[in-house]
Design a protein around this ligand. Structure first.
Ligand code: GDG
Length: 472
């Protein structure tokens, strides 16, 4: 088997339960059955560039190779261009995007440094899989250094429509860099279609099949690979004795009848203020829910050095205080707001112990929380998933209650339906959702991508670049 080299901004250490971003979760889950070398940032920041060095750690078949970022790189590449330009643009938040020349240069510089550091570590037969928006130009950096390997890229976040993308300075350079990969993978058909539309309408590309575009003298495949989780592993931690004890504790709080749960990184794309407003409406519109329903919102700290993230935190704290102040009583707290990281097994138990899973991002590449909620349920008495139509997961999880997260009354109405849903309907919906989550699990995602990448590599090896233009 050819060695797999994974490149992503953050690298998760399998020995500790510290992975709380979606990328780390699905890559780790998919690597359980296959070895790899995983290369990226170790999370440390150094003041002096001379201190940047690669460290190696081995965990069975998995080798982690990581290096720190210099302070200036952290500011310009990570906070600046990746998280204050690319992230908001890809989530349709041009109002929050901030573009500066220094940040773009920082992004180029770090991509170039990572490509330069990785190059001597590669063998000619390695399959290289680059992940996410932090490293769009990394593949081109490897090619410029002579890498002839098959190189694929997967975008974990949505791909914007062309009219949004053109607002970003350097968008042509970025998309050109994407076109240098053999294979570009997307979460949904909509993302893939947006990418193809941009390449064809703005860069002179031409579709030569549903998934292959010819642009300039290159062929690039653009395909859909929805990410998933390790379903059995997650379901089993949700059922273990520790989880069962925790669920009993959760349900033994006398006044609590129904628990609604939300779990998200505290990010403005996740629609948390809108969710709290919808929860307020479910109490206002259906007074029988007073004292009977509680929303537990876990909002894990993330990217706290980016201004927009501090703002959303204050908004959320004010809103939960407002709802609790207005409706709460000495024996009922309507919103339990937790702003800290929770252990993964506790999370699994909380999903299982909750009657409703509320997943209502304003925009999301996929959303693994939706899949985890389904996997954790008791199939004989499952809870109900409420899912935003703007989460990539909604393309497949149609048996959830699909809602528009911007419409508080619509979400409140769905919550009421979920709270009252008869057991038979819950079982039927859950069975269908579970089948989909199983079908598109972490292994299927990885195998699908790597098989397609190997095919693309074969195509490149077989083809004279000058013959790319031939069309049947
Ligand atoms: C990106 C895309 C795409 C959250 N809080 C805690 C915790 N988590 C875990 C969840 C889940 C993961 O983090 C979050 O994944 P999501 O998919 O929901 O969201 P992003 O982090 O934004 O992920 C997303 C994903 O990449 C994969 O491609 O689906 O669209 O934005 O696994 O359980 N885990 C623990 N404690 C927490 O407090 N242990």
């Amino acid at each position: 088997m050819r060695r797999l080299v994974i490149v992503s901004n953050r690298v998760a250490n399998p020995a500790c339960d510290q992975a709380h971003g979606g990328l780390a979760v699905c890559v780790l889950d998919s690597l359980r059955k296959r070895g790899a070398m995983w290369f990226g940032w170790n999370g440390a920041i150094v003041t002096d560039e001379a201190e940047i060095d690669v460290a190696t750690a081995k965990f069975g078949d998995l080798t982690l190779m990581t290096m720190p970022l210099a302070e200036r790189d952290y500011r310009e590449y990570y906070l600046g261009f990746a998280n204050a330009a690319l992230w908001p643009v890809h989530h349709n938040r041009l109002d929050l995007a901030c573009f500066t020349q220094e940040n773009i240069e920082g992004y180029r510089r770090v991509n170039d440094r990572f490509a330069g550091t990785l190059m001597p570590l590669l063998a000619p037969s390695d399959l290289i899989w680059v992940h996410d928006y932090h490293f769009i130009p990394l593949g081109a950096g490897l090619r410029a250094r002579g890498a002839a390997n098959s190189i694929g890229f997967f975008l974990h976040i949505p791909f914007p429509t062309p009219d949004v993308l053109v607002a970003m300075p350097e968008h042509e350079w970025l998309i050109n860099s994407l076109c240098g990969y053999d294979l570009v993978g997307f979460q949904t058909k909509t993302d893939q279609a947006n990418f193809c539309r941009f390449v064809c309408d703005f860069m002179g590309g031409e579709m030569i099949s549903d998934e292959v575009i010819r642009v300039a003298d290159k062929l690039v495949s653009a395909s859909v690979f929805p990410v998933g989780i390790d379903v059995d592993a997650f379901a089993s931690i949700a059922k273990n004795p520790k989880a069962t004890k925790l669920i009993q504790r959760l349900r033994s709080v006398r006044e609590l009848r129904m628990n609604v749960i939300g779990v998200d990184r505290l990010d403005y794309t996740k629609g948390l203020p809108d969710r709290l407003r919808a929860f307020k409406r479910v109490i206002e519109l259906y007074p029988q829910n007073r004292r009977a329903v509680t929303l537990m919102q876990i909002a894990t700290p993330t990217r706290e050095d980016v201004r927009a993230y501090a703002d959303i935190r204050h908004e959320l704290e004010a809103l939960s205080g407002e709802i609790n102040g207005e409706f709460g009583d000495f024996d009922w707290t309507p919103v339990r707001y937790i702003h800290r990281r929770i252990a993964r097994d506790t999370l699994a138990a909380l999903y299982r112990g909750s009657h409703v899973g509320l997943v209502t991002p304003l925009r999301d590449g996929m959303n693994l929380v939706a899949k985890e909620y389904v996997a954790a349920q008791d199939e004989g008495n499952p809870g109900v998933l409420i899912l935003s139509r703007f989460a990539g997961a909604a393309e497949d999880l149609q048996e959830a209650l699909i809602v528009n997260p911007y419409d508080a009354d619509e979400v409140a109405h769905a919550m009421q339906i979920a709270i009252n849903m008869p057991l038979a309907e819950r079982i039927e919906r859950h069975g269908a959702l579970m089948a989909r989550v199983r079908q598109q699990d972490a292994c299927a995602w990885m195998e699908g991508f790597l098989d397609a990448l190997a095919d693309c590599g074969q195509r490149r090896a077989n083809m004279d670049p000058r013959s790319f233009c031939v069309r049947s």
